[in-house]
Design a protein around this ligand. Sequence first.
Ligand code: PGA
Length: 256
Amino acid sequence: MSKRRPLILGNWKMNTLPEEGRLVARQMVPMIRDGLHWDLDWGLAVPFTHLGALRSELEGSGMMGAQDCSAHLQGAYTGEISAGSLAAMHCSFALVGHSERRLHHHESSSTCGLKIDRLREHGLMSVYCVGETLEQRQGGSFNEVITSQLMEALGSRIQDLNHGSLAIAYEPVWAIGTGLTASPQQANEVHAMIRAWVAQNGGANMAEQIRILYGGSVNASNAKELLACTDVDGALVGGASLKARDFADIVLSSVD
Ligand code: PGA
């Protein structure tokens, strides 16, 4: 069991219409509130279009977040959403560098670094996602892949960040949406490696405090075992976060 305050986040991706999302959140919030007898942080990263509808549902209970933000402050960037707008919509965090954005939108780790800057400037926490593909796992290069994702996005700015402005999510690409999960040992090993990188580059204090989440086919049956690992401080949950009961059970399993 990690000694840090757990952080359990859902990632709704491009699922639900705003009104459907509102109804899911409306069911979920009391399930979590009524079962919770311990301090933890939880939240949902929802589509931009849902932010207005979900604010009042989550207020006072869960954190509301976005799944991405622009690397730019403002200007002629058609279709982009600024960190300033996310702050104005009462988001408290955003995902950065999710593997689906790296894959489908060719997002690089250095661009992720700029997004982290924009979010920090507006007081939002970045949840920076890293992780290897199946080939990289099988080829044994996953440590180098993850280290370069950390170095390129965080290397020059980790001193400006703290555990309130940065969390890291380890999401092996081969475990996302596939039903395959890293074993608790595999997850904890990578989390410990990430924490060692943070210690080396950001100092022992930051390494002690930063929350490192595991993501990739987390569900109500495997969450407890993953969250029991000493270096796993929470979870980033995709598919299972769309079901109120399942996500509530995952959140609650992090503390009982
Ligand atoms: P999954 O997605 O839980 O559906 O595997 C996790 C994620 O992509 O964040």
